[in-house]
Design a protein around this ligand. Structure first.
Ligand code: GDP
Ligand code: IMO
Ligand code: MG
Length: 422
């Protein structure tokens, strides 16, 4: 019994949480491995909507454990808010969640610097979620981050914060014209976190390996997606972590021997939020239709998502880099009613075929489309591949053949019950 990694195969918001919730039934522990509260993961159960930012989507299952892994950047204020909202709704977070002592804290200055950096580079802004993700991961690399486990030794913590603030305050005041922070302000935030969540902190790397040794099945929940990966994505229009398979191992301490399945979660079309190249972005009319049908508005920032056609060339790369063994295809219902559905099967760059171009040069390519016949029938009641209209089946088969990875799950609605195995 191996571990399963579920990775967003496009530019995020693929319906990962909905699939994680489904896959949690066959797992024991669900682990977030990277990113932070930039994620917005939606699960709909009996018409009730839950949006997770930091807590793994598996938390809705009372009998499962959840882990915030060492690769995550954790905003202590947002975390407490999220935990309290869930507890009020009757979800038992405290007994079912552990937090890695090696995860880094996102502190208020990270969020201020995130927003200020965007302001600073107006013409080339990334369109970040302003959750402090980039500045926090940079501090981690600079070795001036504050880690969750640091709060266990208050004397040590205070001396770390004092040193770190010397640097951060200079940056805040000198570069960004912002107010400095006092050691007490940061200590207060962290001591509140300690009081409310201190007993959830663990060495999660060891915990996960021990649980694997006891035969437990681990499910790793990716945030963001392959196209937003700092190394493999459309740099610089990416997030500051590695949503891809490498990040899954780094962000949990699991190794490649532990992982037996890598499931790519892909929408039946594509969306992206924020700036950056998007070769298969739809024209205004089709784009708006996809946005309205798919209710494509960000779960974290509420921003309208950009919409476009399924990009099989992107998915092939995603499958190659991540070692996808399966694909879960979501939001197929959103394509109902389109007479023709486009699929991007390659790129043209300056008149030449350029399918292998790296994602950071996507601003140079034009999509090469194939058009597939659409379907009119409402598919939201279908619970097997055979029940789908024949044109819909043909569309799924076409994607599968183009990408070369089996589509094993299909989702035709936001609720838990709308997912089936192909
Ligand atoms: P995530 O970040 O990958 O977890 O995805 P988000 O939660 O940000 O966005 C996915 C949105 O699509 C959410 O509003 C889901 O409730 C919704 N959704 C997920 N799967 C389906 C589906 O198969 N059909 C429809 N219509 N909506 C879906
Ligand atoms: P989930 O997990 C979609 C995008 C932002 C921006 C870029 C960098 O819900 O799929 P950041 O705040 O990370 O520095 O922003 O990444 N982005 C996402 N887009 N889904 C997400 O998460 C995202 N998290 C970040 O819009 O373009
Ligand atoms: Mg999302």
């Amino acid at each position: 019994m191996g571990s399963i990694v579920a990775i967003g195969a496009q530019w995020g918001d693929e319906g990962k949480a909905k699939m994680i919730d489904y896959l949690t039934r066959e797992s024991d522990i669900v682990v977030r491995y990277q990113g932070g509260a930039n994620a917005g993961h939606t699960v709909v159960v009996n018409d009730e909507k839950f949006v997770f930012h930091l807590i793994p989507s598996g938390i809705l299952h009372e009998d499962k454990k959840c882990v915030i892994g060492n690769g995550v950047v954790l905003d202590p204020i947002l975390f407490i808010e999220e935990m309290e909202v869930l507890e009020k709704k009757g979800i038992n977070v405290k007994d079912n969640l552990v937090i890695s002592d090696a995860a880094h804290f996102i502190l208020p200055y990270h969020k201020i610097i995130d927003a200020a950096l965007e302001e600073f580079q107006q013409e080339n802004k990334i369109g970040t979620t302003k959750r402090g993700i980039g500045p926090c991961y940079s501090d981690k690399c600079l070795r001036i981050g504050i880690r969750v486990g640091d709060i266990m030794d208050e004397k040590y913590l205070k001396s770390r914060i004092t040193t770190v603030l010397k640097i951060k305050n200079l940056q805040l005041q000198g570069t960004y014209n912002e107010k400095p922070f006092t050691v007490e302000e940061i200590m207060d935030i962290l001591m509140t976190f300690k009081k409310k969540a201190g007993n959830l902190i663990k060495n999660t790397q060891t915990y996960l390996h021990q649980e694997i040794a006891h035969g437990k099945k681990i499910l790793l929940e990716g945030a963001q997606g392959y196209g937003l990966d700092m190394d493999h994505g459309t740099y610089p229009y990416v997030t500051s972590s590695n949503p891809s398979i490498g990040g899954a191992l780094l962000g949990t301490g699991l190794n490649s021997v532990n992982v037996t399945e890598v499931i790519g979660i892909a929408k039946a079309y594509v969306t992206r939020v924020g700036e950056g190249p998007f070769p298969s972005e739809a024209d205004e009319e089709a784009g708006e239709r996809l946005r309205v049908n798919g209710n494509e508005f960000g779960a974290t920032t509420g921003r309208p998502r950009r919409t476009g056609w399924f990009d099989a060339t992107l998915l092939k790369k995603s499958a190659m880099i991540n070692g996808l063994t399966q694909i879960a295809l979501t939001k197929l219902d959103v394509l109902t009613g389109f007479e023709k559905i486009k699929v991007c099967v390659g790129y043209d760059m300056d008149g030449e075929r350029a399918d292998d171009v790296c994602l950071s040069r996507y601003y140079k390519v034009k999509p090469i489309y194939v058009e597939i016949d659409g379907w009119e029938e409402n598919i939201s009641k279908c619970r097997s591949f055979e029940e789908l209209p024949i044109n819909c089946q043909n569309y799924v088969k076409f994607l599968e053949d183009e990408v070369g990875t089996p589509i094993t799950y299909i989702s035709v609605g936001p609720g838990r019950e709308y997912t089936f195995k192909k």
